[in-house]
Structure formats: structure tokens, C-alpha cells
Ligand binder design. Structure first.
Ligand code: SAM
Length: 246
């Protein structure tokens, strides 16, 4: 991957239109990722502005820091969940907040992170590698009913019970070892038309591992409380579960 790919943000024009960053503004980007949006915000709030940024993935923040340092030192990055940060940090009133939620293409593309059913890697899926819970723990140890609920609620998978039942039977013989093992197994259980049959199960596991929806639910009122009159909040969401919360 080229360096510039890491920083290529989605919906850039729309995001900047929504946030309207101006010189002197104070902004918070809760999902810095590779720093694409953050960099575009930072150049627009100079001179005098300041950017706070978080990402629970320390690898992403490393890249972002390099990118932002080339623009200015008027920023602070913390490798922490955005909801925790919004609840704890002593922040001034903010002019704008961006949450570009979900997983980054860089995380998906890196087989070692275990997010993708298309690449063989460990059953990991942690955005924050310091946390204990991995997808392997959920798949190999959670009770069948809890597993079915996760796949249903976070994947909107109508075959959730069938999948959970089959996983529970199979793992008692041989625990699931990697992403390919799981995606091939699920592909044999669910009809094919449309997306790959493991898409919904993988989405569900990722959301459960990273407690993505709970973070969003917790963060939105906190974000709202930090916005002054005329300030702006932009949330970029990727699927209906997130849309409903936003
Ligand atoms: C879609 S990417 C953001 C890309 C970013 N806007 C850019 O321009 O590169 C989402 C990022 O948010 C992070 N993330 C997701 N949920 C988070 C949370 N609750 N707290 C902190 N970071 C989170 C992920 O680790 C990932 O790097």
C-alpha cells in the first residue's frame, strides 16, 4: 500500500462541507485512522486552531502522527476509545466533531488483524490489540445461545441459530483456528446469492469484539454536550445498525 492510500479519506468533500472547519477552530476527530480527515481538518483550522484526535488502534495512530506532524504541531493524539475520551478528557467547547466509525480499509486489508473473511489470518478482529477479547474467544468459548444472539443482532443474519449450532458442534471436535477456517465453514451453511455467506457473521463478530455499537451509543450524548452553539457533528456510518443509533 502506498503512503498516500493510508490517508485517503471517504466522503471528504461532504465531511468538510458538514464540518466547515475555520481558522482558530477547535476540533475532535474520534476515529483518526490514517489521519486523512484529520489532516484535511488541521490545515483548515490553522492558524490558531487545535485538533484533538483518538483512535483505539495504536498502529493507525502511528501513521497518522507522521502525517499530521508534516502539517503542524497543533494537535494531540490519544490511543483510546473515543467514548472514553469524550467522557474523561477536560476539553474546551468544540467547534466540530467527526466520527468516521467502523473498521478502516487498512485494518481490513491486513490479514494479520483477522478482520477479513477473504484473507487467511488469526481470528483476532481487535482494533485495540491491548484488549483481551478476540474473535477466537467468542467463536470457541461463548455459549451457543450467546453466539447466536451476537450473529443475529450485530450481523442481522437470519441463519444465526443454524450457524451458532454448527459452530458449537464443530468446535467441540476442533476449535476454529483462523479466518479462512471460519469463513469456509460458514459458507457451507448459508445460501450463496448476494454477498459472501460469511459477511454477516464476520461483521457481527467484529462489532462484538470491539463493542462498536455500545461505544457509539455512549459517545453521542457526550459529544453533544461538548458542542457549542453553531458547532457541528458529523458521523459517517456504514450500515443500518449504526444508522439507527445516529
Ligand atoms: C473508517 S476508519 C477512519 C478513517 C479516518 N477517518 C481516515 O481519514 O483515515 C475508522 C477508525 O476508527 C477507529 N475506531 C473505531 N471505533 C472506535 C472507537 N470507539 N474509539 C476509537 N477509535 C475507533 C478504528 O480503529 C479505525 O482506525
Amino acid at each position: 500500500m502506498f503512503e498516500e492510500d493510508f490517508h485517503r479519506p471517504v466522503l471528504l468533500e461532504e465531511t468538510l462541507l458538514g464540518l466547515d472547519p475555520q481558522p482558530g477552530n477547535v476540533f475532535f476527530d474520534g476515529t483518526v485512522g490514517g489521519g486523512g480527515h484529520s489532516g484535511e481538518i488541521l490545515v483548515r483550522i490553522l492558524p490558531g486552531g487545535f485538533l484533538y484526535g483518538t483512535d483505539q488502534d495504536p498502529f493507525a495512530l502511528e501513521q497518522a502522527r507522521k502525517h499530521l506532524c508534516a502539517i503542524s504541531d497543533r494537535f494531540q493524539l490519544d490511543s483510546i476509545n473515543f467514548s472514553t475520551f469524550l467522557g474523561k478528557a477536560e476539553l474546551p467547547l468544540l467547534d466540530g466533531i467527526l466520527l468516521d466509525i467502523g473498521v478502516s480499509s487498512h485494518q481490513l486489508d491486513n490479514a494479520e488483524r483477522g478482520f477479513s473473511f477473504q484473507k487467511e489470518g488469526p481470528l483476532d478482529m481487535r482494533m485495540d490489540p491491548r484488549q483481551e477479547l478476540t474473535a477466537a474467544t467468542i467463536v470457541n468459548t461463548y455459549e451457543e445461545k450467546e453466539l447466536a444472539d451476537i450473529i443475529y443482532q450485530f450481523g442481522e443474519e437470519r441463519f444465526s441459530r443454524r450457524i451458532a449450532r454448527a459452530i458449537a458442534l464443530r468446535r467441540s471436535e476442533k476449535p476454529f483456528e483462523n479466518t479462512k477456517d471460519l469463513s469456509d465453514f460458514v459458507a457451507g451453511l448459508v445460501p450463496w446469492p448476494g454477498n459472501h455467506p460469511a459477511t454477516r457473521t464476520f461483521q457481527a463478530l467484529r462489532i462484538a469484539v470491539n463493542q462498536e455499537l455500545a461505544s457509539l451509543v455512549e459517545a453521542l450524548p457526550r459529544a453533544h454536550g461538548l458542542l457549542g452553539f453553531g458547532s457541528r457533528l458529523v458521523v459517517i456510518s456504514y450500515h443500518s445498525l449504526e444508522d439507527r443509533i445516529v
